[in-house]
Design a binder for this molecule. Structure first.
Ligand code: NAD
Ligand code: IPM
Ligand code: MN
Length: 348
């Protein structure tokens, strides 16, 4: 029997993962669940954001459903003790280098998008974000410079093997869709980006059937709101992918709608909404659980090889939204639980 580790975390993390778990239980996916502390919640209990027991559970599990971590109260801790160190540590420890972040407008949400409906309607893309390299994992620190000023630094670096393997995920993903891939970088200024572009071009020799183009990240941010329909699959680095995916979420209606899958070499993956712990609404039952529920669908598809139930969940979310039930971020007034109930009712 497959094991799903549930790591709810902080803020709205527990609220949204509870709904995703109910949906997984309702579809009868035949898995068992084990929960563990992570992030600030784990720090308070054990002094560590990613306790050894939690990491061991994640390694033992076939898939991990993750909520969110972080809260302002931890922002002055030494970096290794901050909640965010837990999710970064899980990604690194489990070798989850490829993060798929699909963004699609569900019918009926045109009015919730920050874009005009006729522009928003066309958004249906996947951002393939590199997840274990870049400025996130380069050397970082503080020192005094020659002028005696405090200086903070984070090294942005990619090696060719890291670039080639994420490029392959980008090309493979494009092959499952419309065979168009846009690689986003800042090669006009950054040397790590020039290497990125060179290596993506080299890898493209193995994917002649995929139309590859390159775009600078500043232009990509602009194009994403000008005409998101032009994108199908976007492959990009860790930092650019983080930023562009939050932006893509508002094109599709709300950050509460976007799921993600973090994958490595094997079938084990970590699944989480792209949003954070939302301290401003935590504990109020206002959070949109759809991103977490759709993450559960991705979990079934990518780690449990259960495509029928993944599609059932996605269709149920679509029907629930089409019925007019909405959380506050989408302009409605229903609670997290009511949204979860509505999705459960629409499971065929
Ligand atoms: P955030 O995504 O938590 O919130 C940004 C805004 O979006 C807030 O106004 C919030 O209320 C809203 N929002 C987010 N998710 C929502 C949902 N499901 N339904 C309705 N509204 C939602 O980003 P932030 O405020 O920049 O960060 C808060 C904390 O979360 C920080 O500590 C940050 O480090 C952390 N964070 C964690 C993750 C993660 O665990 N993977 C991701 C992003 C941010
Ligand atoms: C995300 C988050 C994380 C990231 C943080 C919490 C480390 O913003 O998953 O998008 O930057 O990757
Ligand atoms: Mn982010």
């Amino acid at each position: 029997m497959a094991l799903i580790a549930i790591l709810p975390g902080d803020g709205i993390g527990p609220e949204v993962t509870a709904e995703a778990r109910r949906v997984l239980e309702a579809v009868g996916c035949g898995a068992r669940f084990e929960e563990a502390l992570v992030g600030g919640a784990a720090y308070l209990e054990t002094g560590m954001p990613l306790p050894p027991d939690t990491l061991a559970l994640a390694k033992r599990a076939d898939a991990i459903l993750f909520g969110a971590v972080g809260a302002p109260q931890y922002d002055t801790l030494e970096r290794a003790f901050r909640p965010e160190a837990a999710i970064l540590g899980l990604r690194k420890e489990l070798g989850l280098f490829a993060n798929l972040r699909p963004s699609k407008l569900f019918a009926g949400l045109e009015g919730a998008s920050a874009l005009r409906p006729e522009i928003a309607r066309d958004i249906d893309l996947v951002i393939v974000r590199e997840l274990t390299g870049d400025v996130y994992f380069g050397e970082k620190g503080r020192k005094l410079n020659d002028a005696g000023h405090r200086l903070g630094f984070d090294i942005m670096a990619y090696d060719e093997a890291e670039i080639a393997r994420i490029a392959r995920v980008g090309f493979e993903t494009a092959r499952t869709r419309s065979r168009r891939l846009v690689s986003v970088d800042k090669a006009n200024v950054l040397e790590s980006s020039q290497l990125w572009r060179d290596v993506v071009n080299e890898v493209s020799a193995d994917y002649r059937d995929v139309a590859l183009s390159h775009m600078y990240v500043d232009n990509a941010a602009m194009q994403l709101v000008r005409n998101p329909g032009q994108f199908d699959v976007v492959v990009t680095g860790n930092l650019f992918g983080d930023i562009l995916s939050d932006q893509a979420s508002m094109c599709a209606g709300s950050i509460g709608m976007l799921p993600s899958a973090s994958l490595g070499e094997g079938s084990r993956g970590l699944y989480e909404p792209i949003h954070g712990s939302a301290p401003d609404i935590a504990g109020q039952g206002k959070a949109n659980p759809c991103a977490a529920i759709l993450s559960a669908a991705m979990l079934l598809r990518h780690s449990l090889d259960d495509v029928p139930n993944a599609e059932r969940i996605e269709a149920a979310v679509a029907r629930a939204l089409a019925s007019g039930v909405r959380t506050a971020d989408l302009g409605g007034s229903c609670s997290t639980r009511e949204m979860g109930d509505t999705v459960l009712r629409h499971l065929a």
